[in-house]
Design a protein around this ligand. Structure first.
Ligand code: AMP
Length: 428
């Protein structure tokens, strides 16, 4: 039987797997500096959690969920995003009773039954943050800056930050009424999705990618004329902070984002490579007021954002194929077979306990083959273990870059590698 990989999924190995891990580590380290702490949530939840929160008018719930009935007859869905699950976890564990805001970051796989294409998978990885419980334009600005600075720190030379406000609920009510009025005569000529959006959430029409519909959308009323004074002021305060911090942005009046729960500020990060590769948004997020309440908790305001790690990885490689350090080995232990293997095994194990990256082979290969293997594995040093070396407690240590070899006594090995690997890293 020849098993095929499922459409829209991928295997990551070698540099790609390593890079994805590095990206997650870098993003986690940055989130920690902003006071966010990790949260881990389940991969699947009750379907209703997503229909209630992400919203039935959104494509990801309406068309793209992986849903099934489990053996106990429950309606279950694989998470199409993580925010709803984080809200559910906050309610289940009454975390809202702690000091607010709660600041969580997460990284995990999410599932959307989309048409696969460049930068679009059916199972992909999101890294995101949620700041829950305090409404403050400072926290919104902080989240926007966290995302922006993270991308710069990952190695993007420039980030296009698109930002918009969709106002408070009164602004949106008035704006939606104006949009309905405007789109009414065009409704039947627009794409099927827009016809549905007209009834479920007219705002989402602004997000339509169809060229024909875009011509109609171009002349639609703009949100800025429907904002309440307080929504206008709220947005201006965020913009002022971005200006002060010299964060570049573009105000995009048609940016509404695909999920139903946003209010006030919404934003997206984009990047186009010199070769013109554009995979769509690298990440995006926004402020939301009612989500926690919608999933059974108190009414608390929040702001969150999520990145797609696959898109980040693909574009970073496009910018600089050597952007990440490769998997390397500090020490490759070379033995002479037979009883020297056992000694090599314990020596490798004690050096690993000292924090070195150590590898070796347990096959009977001659020294030349083992040294070649060490070089292919990009090892810095070969540590040679023969019968004499075992008797004399002194080993041959070969620098695989310069090919110089010295003898080092067992008790000096750790100091020797500490000192020389440090030099290597500095030079490298
Ligand atoms: P969203 O939850 O739709 O705002 O998506 C947040 C980020 O996840 C996007 O900016 C993308 O980087 C990434 N993303 C969304 N959908 C996909 C997909 N089907 N495949 C890969 N990445 C995706």
């Amino acid at each position: 039987m020849n098993y095929q990989i499922q459409r829209g999924t991928y295997d990551a190995y070698g540099d790609d797997a390593m890079n994805m891990k590095k990206i997650e580590e870098t993003l986690s380290a940055i989130a920690l500096t902003y006071g966010y702490v990790p949260i881990h949530i389940p991969t699947y939840e009750q379907t209703e959690l997503f229909t209630r929160s992400v919203g039935e008018s959104s494509d990801i719930v309406n068309k793209e969920m992986f849903s099934f009935v489990d053996k106990g007859g429950r309606n279950i869905s694989l998470r199409p995003e993580m925010t709803a699950g984080v809200m559910r976890a906050i309610v289940t564990n009454k975390l809202y009773a702690q000091d607010l805001p709660l600041k969580f970051f997460y990284c995990g796989n999410v599932f959307r039954y989309e048409r696969p294409q460049a930068g679009r998978y059916r199972e992909f990885t999101q890294f995101g943050v949620e700041c829950v419980g305090v409404s403050s334009y400072y926290l919104d600005a902080e989240a926007i800056m966290l995302g922006y600075n993270s991308l710069l720190m990952l190695g993007f030379p420039k980030v296009i930050l698109k930002i918009n406000t969709i106002g408070d609920s009164l602004s949106r009510e008035n704006y939606k009424a104006a949009l309905k009025e405007y789109f009414k005569p065009y409704k039947n000529t627009m794409c099927e999705d827009c016809q549905r959006r007209y009834d479920t959430n007219v705002l989402r029409i602004l997000d339509c990618k169809s060229e024909e519909d875009q011509k109609i959308i171009a002349n639609a009323p703009k949100i800025e004329n429907y904002l309440t004074d307080s929504a206008k002021e709220y947005f201006q305060k965020i913009i002022k902070i971005l200006d002060e911090c010299q964060i570049e942005y573009e105000i995009d009046p048609n940016l509404v984002r695909g999920l139903d729960y946003y209010s006030q500020v919404v934003f997206e990060y984009h990047f186009v490579s010199d070769q013109g590769v554009n995979l769509g948004a690298l990440g995006g997020g926004g402020h939301y007021d009612n989500l926690l309440h919608d999933v059974g908790g108190p009414s608390l305001s929040s702001v969150g954002l999520a990145f797609g790690l696959e898109r980040i990885n693909t574009l970073l490689k496009e910018i600089d194929p050597d952007c990440y350090e490769k998997t390397t080995v500090d020490i490759f232990v070379v033995h002479m077979g037979n009883e020297t293997i056992e000694h090599a095994f314990y020596l490798a194990s004690s050096l690993r306990n000292e924090g070195f990256t150590v590898d070796l082979t347990y096959e009977n290969k001659n020294i030349g083959a083992q040294l070649k293997l060490a070089t292919r594995k990009k090892a810095s040093f070969a540590l040679i273990v023969g019968e004499n070396e075992i008797k004399e407690h002194t080993y041959g240590v070969k620098n695989l870059l310069t090919q110089e070899q010295v003898n080092v006594a067992y008790e000096d090995l750790v100091d020797y590698f500490d000192e020389h690997l440090m030099e290597e890293h500095h030079e490298g």
